[in-house]
Design a protein around this ligand. Structure first.
Ligand SMILES: NC(=O)c1ccc[n+]([C@@H]2O[C@H](COP(=O)([O-])OP(=O)(O)OC[C@H]3O[C@@H](n4cnc5c(N)ncnc54)[C@H](O)[C@@H]3O)[C@@H](O)[C@H]2O)c1
Length: 248
């Protein structure tokens, strides 16, 4: 699971699970490109990463913007000469209300970031990975994408889409030694929970057999495995980090 000399891009790396993933990959030797809409948080994570003796490049990027993503990929290639790992982590829940109360904008906002941006980020780096015949893509889906959570209809649908994007893309790129996998966490203690209705959070926790919320580090450990060469024969899969919640 050594990542020395590897170059990893992590989206939504300023806080929560993305921060945990960025720190974990750096701890195992990867140089990390941190993408987020907030510059202040990725600057802080970059400092932490540099203290581990590897390089960090914090870039303020809205991952829903395709042109900005293409520019980012060119920038990373100019700086490091390679892109080995992409972790698509940035995501939002949207408003946690019943579907009848949602409007079109609620739907579009969640889909744009949680699903379309995963497609755009993959597209931005795939050409480089194919050329080098090497790549590891790990998408952060959610148990909501397998089970479907009430008051989280657009979110659940977007994450189901991420799981299927993972499976479909994985089969397209097997000839290029590119592995594409995803993780589906249940409730993880991060700031994302602050914006959700407490009844929704309580519902989700009540469904976890282990009876507790997870930690960003626990998701990061699984992402690390999937981003490493130790997972060389693993592709198109969805790994649960859910305290046993998944029913399939
Ligand atoms: N926390 C949970 O319980 C949980 C459970 C399952 C899945 N997830 C998924 O894990 C991922 C991370 O969640 P989290 O809990 O760490 O969330 P979080 O809200 O704590 O962090 C999300 C990060 O993404 C950034 N971001 C938001 N919009 C962006 C954009 N357009 N471009 C770039 N960056 C953007 C934010 O600034 C923030 O730093 C999400 O995809 C989420 O759906 C979280």
């Amino acid at each position: 699971m050594d990542l020395k000399e590897k170059v990893a891009i992590v989206t939504g790396a300023g806080q929560g699970i993305g921060r945990g993933i960025a720190l974990r990959l750096a701890e195992f030797g990867a140089n990390v490109v941190l993408l987020d809409i907030r510059q202040d948080t990725i600057d802080e994570v970059a400092e932490e990463i540099r203290s581990k003796g590897v390089e960090a490049l914090p870039l303020q990027v809205d991952v829903t913007r395709s042109e900005r993503l293409r520019h980012m990929a060119r920038q990373v290639m100019a700086e490091f000469g390679q892109i080995d790992i992409l972790v698509n982590n940035a995501g939002i829940t949207g408003r946690t209300v019943p579907m009848v109360e949602l409007n079109e904008q609620d739907w579009d906002q969640v889909m744009d970031l949680n699903l379309k941006a995963v497609f755009l980020c993959c597209q931005a780096v795939l050409g480089y990975m194919i050329e080098r015949r090497y790549g590891k893509i790990v998408n952060v889906a959610s148990i909501a994408g397998k089970e479907g959570n009430p008051t989280l209809v657009p979110y659940s649908v977007s994450k189901a889409g991420v799981i299927c994007l993972t499976k479909a893309l994985a089969k397209e790129v097997t000839d290029y030694q590119i592995n594409v996998n995803c993780v589906s966490p249940a409730v993880i203690q991060t700031p994302i929970l602050d914006g959700m209705a407490s009844s929704t959070v309580d519902y989700m926790i009540s469904k976890i057999p282990m009876g507790r919320v997870g930690k960003p580090e626990e998701v990061a450990a699984v992402v690390h495995f999937l981003a490493s060469d130790d997972a060389g024969f693993v592709t198109g899969q969805c790994y649960d980090v859910s305290g046993g919640r998944a029913t399939y």
